[in-house]
Design a protein. Sequence first.
Length: 73
Amino acid sequence: MKLKITTVGNSAGVILPKELLSRLRLDKGDELHALETPDGIRLTVYDPTLAEQMDVAEQVMRRRRTLLNKLAQ
């Protein structure tokens, strides 16, 4: 599905068609979480618990970068 980026005030936004919102069970005002994946960006329904866990994981990965690189070898 092709989507267009539009101007929203001083920012940019993507308009989600009504049928896509319906399929995803989303409504105006719902929050989404953007996850960076090897294939691109994945949008999911915002889950505060998952967001907190992702923040903790990112902190650990930053602090333990050298160790994680050695483990990956």
